[in-house]
Design a binder for this molecule. Structure first.
Ligand SMILES: Cc1cc2nc3c(=O)[nH]c(=O)nc-3n(C[C@H](O)[C@H](O)[C@H](O)COP(=O)(O)OP(=O)(O)OC[C@H]3O[C@@H](n4cnc5c(N)ncnc54)[C@H](O)[C@@H]3O)c2cc1C
Length: 419
């Protein structure tokens, strides 16, 4: 059914493209504004894991206890540029508050609800965009060098099991079979069996963009510079030379969404936790059959079509500070001295990306409090690749005024104003 209504999507990462696809499928005329579709943003450079097991939010009492030592160590997986500290303190306070039991459970419930159908949404989107072959049922491994480290995570595994997450313990020989390039390194691991891998996140995004274009989505290669109101109602988005008019708007600029949301009167506590990757050229060898989180080093390895990708954890420094590759380079050097198969692999590429992160780890999916014809779809943090398609499906239901498959109240942009 073709609507006469026009939906304007601002941002063409996995979240914006998914919203565009499902809105178009619902019959709307759809335009996506992005200066750089399928560029080197977060949706391009991530680890490629469809981590449907990650139902627990990041802020936990255990993490908070470790925070002082994490902040003070030069090689810590958590880095803060000290000049950025005053800016990020309010976010960190909210993050700390989110670790209390009640908000923790609220966030876990919300994440659990949206993760349950995340793979189904990927399957639907990928099938329509000729991208199914890029999805692989690999599971994902959390691996430990020592039995003690494995045991130290027992409470987390028990809690995940309570949420219905399926997992399987692996001993050293099982791990070596799944991670031949890392043979002999790990003592114990957990395999999260339901998770999948996108074999090339950049190619996946490119195919989804192509699929959208084939369905009639129009792309405007420009930045949204502001919004236009007519009689108090949002009527257009300003790009460099003109207003782009629409009936419904979807704000999906990832880590860059905060300023445009503020123009609409919605002040959301969005920040960016920056992450790095290094690509190693593995030639034709397969070092890993399933993506792997190395607990002691706090890095993720993924064997992608184009080589082995190592991604690092978290840096708070805002959107404008230049990359600082020192930390990930030092981690890689330390790992090369432990894993002989990595020692000589050439580094093909180094990259910095911007995760759009909310302090409670729950994305923002829902209408602006002041302009109900603008829907927000951002703040997916460490799970944006996993949750992008499901977010698009939910937003498309919501803009049609239909009952959404899951309750969107816990994802509301206003949820922080009452807390
Ligand atoms: C190192 C790393 C590893 C990760 N690993 C995983 C993983 O394994 N699994 C997982 O699920 N998630 C992972 N993530 C998180 C995931 O990549 C992000 O959550 C997700 O890509 C966010 O998608 P997005 O569409 O919201 O944002 P983005 O991909 O950042 O896209 C936002 C888009 O908005 C555009 N834009 C910005 N400003 C404007 C403007 N003014 N006007 C128009 N357009 C604009 C940008 O050009 C960009 O294309 C990882 C992230 C990092 C950094």
């Amino acid at each position: 059914m073709e609507h006469q209504k026009t939906v304007i999507v601002i941002g063409g990462g996995i979240v914006g493209l998914s919203c565009a696809f499902f809105a178009r499928r619902a019959g709307y005329r759809v335009k996506v504004i992005d200066p750089d579709i399928a560029s080197r943003r977060a949706s391009f450079g991530n680890a490629g894991i469809l981590a449907v097991c990650e139902t627990l939010p990041l802020a936990t009492p255990a993490l908070l206890r470790q925070l002082p030592s994490l902040l003070l160590s030069r090689d810590s997986p958590l880095q803060i540029r000290w000049r950025y500290l005053p800016v990020v303190i309010p976010w960190l306070i909210r993050f700390a508050r989110s670790s209390a039991r009640e908000p923790f459970l609220r966030s876990a419930t919300a994440l659990n609800s949206v993760l349950q159908t995340a793979l189904d949404a990927h399957a639907e989107l990928a099938a329509a965009c000729s991208a199914t072959e890029l999805l692989a049922p690999t599971g994902w491994i959390k691996a430990y060098q020592s039995d003690d480290a494995y045991r130290s995570q027992g409470d987390e595994r028990a809690e995940l099991a309570d949420w219905g997450v399926t997992m399987q313990p692996l001993d050293a020989s099982d791990i070596d079979a799944l991670a031949p390039g890392f043979a002999g390194v790990f003592a114990k691991a957990t395999l999260f069996t339901d998770c999948q891998q996108v074999k090339s996140p950049g190619e996946y995004i490119a195919r989804i963009a192509d699929g959208c274009a084939r369905q009639g989505v129009e792309f405007i290669r420009d930045s949204a510079r502001g919004v236009v109101f007519k009689d108090g109602r949002l009527s257009a988005v300003r790009v460099s030379d003109r207003p782009i008019e629409g009936d419904t708007f979807i704000l999906a600029c990832g880590a860059w969404s905060k300023a445009l949301a503020a123009e609409l009167g919605d002040h959301v506590p969005l920040d960016t936790d920056r992450g790095y990757h290094v690509m190693l050229d593995t030639g034709h060898s397969t070092l890993l059959r399933s993506p792997l989180f190395w607990h002691e080093k706090s890095v993720v390895f993924s064997q992608l079509d184009r080589g082995l990708r190592m991604t690092s954890s978290v840096e708070f420094a805002g959107l404008d500070a230049p990359p600082a590759y020192g930390n990930i380079d030092r981690t890689l050097n330390a790992i090369r001295s432990i894993v002989p198969a990595l020692a000589e692999l050439p580094v093909e590429d180094r990259w910095l990306g911007f995760r759009p992160s909310m302090p409670d780890s729950v994305p923002v999916i829902g209408p602006s409090a002041h302009h109900p014809n603008c829907f927000f779809a951002f703040g997916h943090g460490h799970l944006g690749l996993t949750l992008g398609p499901q977010t698009g499906r939910l937003v498309a239901q919501a803009i049609q005024g239909r009952k959404t498959d899951i309750d969107l109240a816990p994802f509301s942009p206003s949820r922080f104003t009452s807390r």
